[in-house]
Design a protein around this ligand. Structure first.
Ligand code: ATP
Ligand code: MG
Length: 418
């Protein structure tokens, strides 16, 4: 059985990404504090568009990232909390109610209602990542933070369930096994991103965190302090890089450099005159260069970024969550694209800001500031671990157990017979 903490109470957060794997090590202090003691990353060529396509390359990336983090403190990591970084994310709300007969709500009522709601999760081969109690109502009283001790006739629970298809998870498990790691908990990556960079006020008001990765974009909607929707779409920064490589007949590495150094979504009068040298693929890079006005690079990027935020908007509208997203916060490597906030705000018609990791952690400077976006999900998982896995009161706990599995059946039997 995996444990959440390693020897010496060390938390290890691991984020396997399309471009790189990151690992951060920290000692928990309290619900809001941890001491970061190690951080490491390594490039990954084994994941494409949220799928593991090369197991050996992924394992190599995980091993190197973990070893780099371990080298800070000479400790050996055995167990990790990791992002569920491959496969799609599916969200559903399940609801149930419990007859109280006018009595006070007890802890065992909450447990029973939780187990009943979990039993309503459709039985599929998908893995349940999160079961988050998002709303308790007691008769006509809604949005009750903690129902325990209150009296009424009927207690209602709405639970947000996040699932992911089974095979990508199995691939992840194989990658962990081959890296000699056990995984205590998989966290949906936009959930982790939200823990890293949203303020309490944003989570309460209604905010979408958008994790702009290399191979995919994660979307997490927070409302009334809870994650109420999560999704991932297979559209990431690699698409921009490929567009630039194709358009200007250059290698992917050169296209990546052009995008990150000269890319923008904002027009400028100077961009017509500003010439960017781009080496031609397969030629002697120092000899065969073309010179491209920066305006043409911007013109290649803008329609893709508009397409991405239109996709996000349509998805949120179709699922009914757009109206509660008053703010959008961009994270992940793609959030560093010059002018992306302005372009996103224009398409979405909402406030947009760049996410910065909440400063909860002493010695966070082990992670260099220029790499904060890459490490965002790891920082979020540290906070998730200290807040949810180690300290959350039971009525708010993110309880993960697939419907119909042995644990739920046992739990229900236990409640029914206690
Ligand atoms: N300054 C920049 N401008 C534009 N894009 C950038 C910039 N810096 C990084 N990126 C892009 O960010 C992406 C990498 O982001 P990130 O590290 O969050 O991805 P990942 O976690 O490896 O991928 P995924 O989450 O999709 O598995 C790459 O596409 C990279 O080109
Ligand atoms: Mg990522």
């Amino acid at each position: 059985m995996a444990r959440v903490l390693n020897d010496n109470n060390l938390i290890a957060a691991l984020d396997i990404g399309t471009s790189k794997t990151c690992c951060v090590l920290a000692y928990p202090v309290n619900e809001d504090k941890a001491v970061v003691v190690g951080a490491g990353s390594h490039q990954n060529t084994g994941v494409k568009k949220s799928e593991i396509v090369d197991l050996a390359a992924t394992v190599d990336s995980v091993r190197h990232a973990v070893a780099n983090a371990e080298s800070f403190i000479n400790e050996r990591i055995k167990t990790v909390v990791a992002t569920a970084c491959v496969g799609s994310l599916n969200s559903m709300i399940v609801q149930d109610k419990l007859d109280l007969g006018g009595t006070e709500v007890s802890q065992s009522d909450v447990n029973r209602l939780t187990a009943n709601a979990q039993a309503k999760i459709p039985v599929t081969p998908d893995e349940v990542l999160h079961c988050i109690p998002i709303d308790y109502s007691l008769d006509s009283r809604h949005s009750i933070a903690d129902p325990r001790g209150l009296s009424g006739n009927t207690l209602f629970l709405s639970m947000h369930v996040v699932t992911t298809p089974p095979y990508p998870v199995r691939d992840m498990n194989t990658a962990f096994e081959q890296s000699h790691l056990s995984c205590f908990k998989k966290v949906a990556s936009p959930y982790a991103a939200g823990y890293a960079c949203l303020t309490r006020e944003e989570k309460k008001q209604g905010t979408a965190v958008i994790d702009l990765g290399a191979g995919s974009t994660g979307i997490g909607v927070f409302y009334e302090d809870q994650l109420v929707y999560a999704a991932r779409i297979p559209f990431g920064g690699d698409i921009l890089t490929k567009d630039i490589a194709t358009l200007f007949k250059t290698s992917l590495d050169n296209a990546e450099r052009v995008k990150t150094l000269h890319g923008s979504t904002l027009p400028s009068a100077t961009y017509e005159q500003e010439e960017i040298p781009i080496p031609l693929i397969g030629e002697d890079e120092n000899v065969s260069l073309i010179r491209v006005p920066r305006a043409r690079i911007v013109a290649a990027i803008v329609p893709r970024i508009e397409e991405l935020f239109e996709k996000i908007k349509v998805l949120l509208e179709q699922t009914g969550f757009f109206d509660i997203c008053l703010n959008f916060v961009l994270t992940g490597g793609g959030a560093q694209l010059h002018g992306i906030n302005e372009k996103a705000a224009a398409v979405l018609g909402r406030n947009v800001r760049t996410g910065h990791p909440v400063r909860l952690f002493d010695k966070q400077e082990i992670i260099p500031p220029h790499a904060h976006q890459s490490y965002m999900n790891c920082i979020g998982m540290l906070r998730y671990t200290t807040r949810v896995l180690l300290n959350t009161p039971t009525h708010q706990r993110d309880i993960t157990a697939p419907a119909g599995n042995k644990f739920v059946r046992f739990f229900r039997w236990f409640l029914d017979n206690s």
